[in-house]
Design a binder for this molecule. Sequence first.
Ligand code: GLN
Length: 454
Amino acid sequence: TMACLTAMDAGDALGAYVHKTPEIALDQARAADARLAQGDAPAMCGIPLGIKDLFCTKGVPSQAASNILRGFRPEYESTVTTRLFEAGAVMLGKLNMDEFAMGSSNETSCYGPAVNPWRIDDRELTPGGSSGGSAAAVAGDLCLAATGTDTGGSIRQPAAFTGIVGIKPTYGRVSRWGIVAFASSLDQAGPMTKSVRDAAIMLGAMAGHDPKDSTSADIPVPDFEAALTGDIRGKKIGIPREYRIDGMPAEIDALWHRGAEMLRDAGAEIVDISLPHTKYALPAYYVIAPAEASSNLARYDGVRYGHRAKLSHGDGVTEMYEKTRAEGFGHEVQRRVMIGTYVLSAGFYDAYYNRARKVRALIKRDFEQAFAAGVDAILTPATPSAAFGLGEMSQADPIQMYLNDVFTVTVNLAGLPGISVPVGLDGQGLPLGLQLIGRPWEEGDLLNHAYVLE
Ligand code: GLN
């Protein structure tokens, strides 16, 4: 903990932490020492973590990197952080992210972007998003591991951009209670770590049924670490042909081949599969996620949380809502709320939202058919490129940014577990990741496949 606190201060240039909690860290570290002295060594005992700003932490600023939550200090602790603390973990501080987890580069944060510890000369690169602060902190050794959340790729893409491991569990595996909601039917929290083993241990501490989240599943949490045998003999790995997209860099393709080879060398069988509705995933996601976001973000009205705009004489409640939301939400969040409201509006509901829901069902069925045909895991690239430069993606063309999520959103739409593992470097020396997608509730098996790739 002391080493991390020092590193955290020395690493300010990465912009990873938006709020540091050294007093809490030292208290928790002392408590962990006391438990160890009594022979009690829970899974996360004394492990210093960074916590994404999307998690509500009691008495500690929790702003989802948004101005609208300025001054908000929750009265309660999220289930995930409660569980991690009960397992002995130490909180170093809150981590930067895209505002309300909307973005793929950490550039929509009200604090400004986090910076990737990997760089080429003086060029500053994005750590990815939305869990960019989490990825930068883990890769930059400013904590041992971090929490992330993933609605369309926000754990896996930043993990790939920074050369770390990130797993999005099966929908319902981890409680969403106390995590600021973005798109409730897609959101899942998961660990971002330096190794597959760390991910297995930390996921075990985070997961489990929670009566406070009605979508959390009452399914026992197995010992994920025990699943890491490295034995994948006889397993069937599917390579989905639809993920071979136009314009994919040769390096990504080569990495994908290399990953398949590593799994084959370990005794798995590699098979070609088809997930025919893949090309509709991105458009369906960018209807469903904003629709749910527009509903979830309705609660930021200037009354219940955080910021309220200064009002002029004669302003009524409508002006208060409008001024507060115009000041408090950044451009990307406003865009999502507008898109979401539009696709849910009476005249367009069937044409957009209902269509997207049907497409979602087809995407889910594609995966079910692949698993029913005996596939144990699916291997794809995690991202269509390595980390790009900060400020290089045009803010004027949001679609360009959305294309980053082409390989990851299918997994959220289908509710499946997905993991990003660092597998190699590109020609410039930047990390690249591969994604493995598993059967529902089979995170142990998925982690074991990732263990072979690591
Ligand atoms: N980049 C995607 C988006 O902007 C995914 C974000 C996420 O997973 N939270 O919606």
